[in-house]
Write a protein that binds this ligand. Structure first.
Ligand SMILES: Nc1ncnc2c1ncn2[C@@H]1O[C@H](COP(=O)(O)OP(=O)(O)OP(=O)(O)O)[C@@H](O)[C@H]1O
Ligand SMILES: [Mg+2]
Length: 229
């Protein structure tokens, strides 16, 4: 099984888009994929449409039901805040050990590829003293680092890469998911990141149209990530 933790330089840069594209591309290769979003905030149980959980289920060809939602996103919080803050609003906490156990359990499944989408950026607090980076480091799985191409994204992307590598996390690839507004052509951002991150593969994901079939326009992300494919 190939396992990747999909993390990012910040929130809203494209983790779910990248994970969804990968789900479709892996399935198109005839392989089994499982994608989970263990922790989700800003989640309204009466209105799951369009959430990361729903999008990942759809990309796996699964129905969005209370059972499938609970299966891939066991920790759901209402407030649109970092997990520790959102949990506190509900007088709850994020049980880090249970989170690790859940992810370890996924690794024993029968998929060919397992994608674990994190939450927010690499240094988002999960508990009093642990961040997403600690989560990836304890799982000891390679990361796919998603970054944008907006003005300022170079520093955000390189800082995020440095932060996770300092904790011993290996970066399988960086994906630059094109931002709505770009100061330079996407390839220029990609080339700059390549220069600083060599030999890590840096892949470009141009803006995709909305719609269920948009992934078909995406470049193949599987080759760089899963050379055995
Ligand atoms: N390459 C792209 N093409 C088109 N839209 C994109 C692209 N990358 C990101 N977006 C859009 O930007 C928004 C944020 O992307 P996405 O939800 O994938 O980010 P995220 O990192 O998963 O965010 P979160 O931190 O909330 O999980 C979404 O509306 C998404 O459709
Ligand atoms: Mg997301």
């Amino acid at each position: 099984m190939s396992i990747f933790f999909v993390t990012a330089a910040g929130t809203e840069v494209g983790k779910t888009v990248v994970a969804s594209v990968l789900c479709h591309q892996v399935r198109a290769l005839g392989k089994r994929v499982r994608a989970v979003k263990p922790l989700i905030t800003d989640f309204d149980k009466d209105c799951p449409e369009g959430t990361d959980t729903a999008l990942l289920l759809e990309a796996q060809g699964l129905e969005v039901t209370p059972e499938t939602i609970a299966d891939i996103s066991p920790w759901r919080f209402r407030a649109p805040l970092s997990p520790d803050m959102a949990a506190r609003r509900e007088n709850r906490t994020v049980d880090f050990e249970a989170l690790i156990d859940y992810c370890a359990g996924q690794q024993r499944g029968d998929a060919d590829v397992l994608l674990i989408e994190g939450i927010g950026g690499v240094m988002v607090p999960l508990t009093e003293n642990l961040t997403v980076t600690d989560w990836i480091a304890v799982l000891d799985v390679p990361a796919i680092l998603v970054t944008g191409s907006y003005l300022g994204s170079l520093s955000h992307g390189l800082t995020a890469a440095e932060a996770i590598r300092t904790k011993g996390v290996s970066v399988a690839a960086v994906v630059v998911s094109e931002s709505p507004e770009n100061p330079v052509p996407l390839e220029e951002t990609v080339d700059t990141l390549r220069r600083f991150l060599r030999p890590i593969p840096v892949l470009a994901l141009p803006r995709l149209d909305a719609g269920a079939d948009a992934w078909r326009d995406a470049p193949d992300l599987t080759k760089a990530l899963m050379p055995v494919f």
